[in-house]
Write a protein that binds this ligand. Structure first.
Ligand code: 1CP
Length: 340
């Protein structure tokens, strides 16, 4: 069986699988040379380009999975909410979500009509790749945070104010975002994606009782509504140490952890059978190579001989990372025998 898919199921496999969040389109010179200077949304809408950018890191690093070159704001952009992705900033919302009337700006996604380019990219990749393609969506909370804040935020103050101040509107918003994520994820699997990751990148900003009450039901609903697809689901967020047990209850097959919680500690918190993905600190890849070797060895040691494990960074590749270091990390992980 394919090592990545087997590891996601906790089944025995030949080599420890590894891929990197944000492996596409970050540190690779071959990315910069074909990407051009336009909006990333234009690059995503060009299936030939998006497929090539997805393939580049797989070729260069020999990763055990590809991640689709797209973005978590693509569905809301495609239904016309008014999103741009500004270089050096990230998603910026023309008119942020404020009131009940804004729900009307979040109509259902019809993937064939609204994001045909995504499906074309996935189909092309499915026939070309020899490793599984990971499709993805933003989790309802993280997407809501962009829509409400209007862009990247450090405090999520408006998001929390809306959540706590108008729970009915908050849950109505999350319902729409669940529908969008489910429609997008299902269409990616129909087109050939072999696994799915739900990015709740900023969920770690919430206290456990707040996450449990205001966010977990929506994320659980996403996983419930993709369970019949038969592909592994991965659930990831940053700074989630205090809510890991709650994120685990959303029903994914694999839980992504960042570098703040060692893998053995994560299994101590959630349960010994938990399938984990992670969690080398991306900043370690900028340190001298001896420090990289030590840190990779430590991550692998803390996983022990658990077959339910996918090596990754604790968050995305930093843009200044030397690709040669990531090549070296892949070699180290592949030289390590699962279960030994
Ligand atoms: O490997 C890959 O790079 C695959 C493609 C990919 C993915 C999986 C991109 C391309 N974006 C994403 C997901 C994404 N987008 C997440 C979840 C993962 C994570 O936590 O990093 C988030 C939070 C976003 C939102 C986003 N889009 C940001 C973050 C802003 C913030 O709040 O700090 C940014 C900078 C973008 C733009 C973007 N998306 C992708 C790229 C390569 C870029 C850079 C801009 C560009 O090239 O124009």
């Amino acid at each position: 069986m394919d090592p990545f898919l087997a590891a996601c199921r906790g089944l025995p496999h030949e080599r420890t699988p590894v891929w990197f969040m944000r492996q596409a389109g970050r540190s690779l010179p071959e990315y910069r040379s074909i990407r051009g200077t336009g909006s990333i949304l234009d690059a995503i809408a060009d299936p030939g380009l998006a497929a090539e950018i997805t393939l580049q890191p797989v070729r260069r690093y020999d990763t055990d999975a590809a991640i689709l070159f797209s973005d978590i704001v693509v569905p809301v952009h495609a239904i016309g909410f008014g999103v741009d992705v500004v270089p050096g900033v990230g998603p910026v919302i023309e008119r942020p979500f404020e009131r009940t009337a804004d729900l009307d700006r979040l109509r259902p996604l019809d993937p064939e009509a609204d994001t045909p380019y995504v499906l074309e990219t996935v189909r092309a990749l499915a026939s070309e790749l020899t490793v599984p393609l990971i499709g993805f969506a933003g989790a309802p909370f993280t997407v809501a945070s962009y829509l409400i804040e209007g862009g990247p935020s450090r405090t999520y103050a408006r998001t929390k104010a809306l959540m706590l101040g108008d729970p009915n509107l908050w849950f109505a918003l999350l319902d729409r975002l669940v529908d969008l994520a489910v429609a997008s994820l299902r269409s990616q699997v129909d087109a050939g994606a072999g696994a799915l990751q739900l990015f709740d990148s900023w969920a770690g900003a919430l206290a456990p009782p707040v996450y449990e009450r205001y966010v977990l039901p929506a994320s659980r609903s996403v996983f419930d509504r993709i369970a019949d697809l038969g592909v592994p689901g991965i659930h990831f967020g940053v700074g989630t140490g205090e809510i890991l047990h709650l994120m685990a209850a959303a029903g994914s097959d694999v839980l992504g952890v960042d570098w703040r919680v060692p893998l053995d500690e994560a299994r101590r918190r959630i349960g010994p059978d938990t399938v984990l993905q992670g969690n080398l600190d991306p900043a370690v890849c900028l340190a001298p190579i001896e420090a990289v070797d030590t840190a990779v060895g430590d991550v692998l040691r803390r996983n022990g001989d658990h077959p339910g494990y996918v090596f990754n960074l604790g968050h995305g590749v930093l843009p200044e990372t030397d690709p040669a270091v990531l090549e070296h990390v892949v070699d180290l992980v592949h030289a390590h025998r699962p279960g030994g």
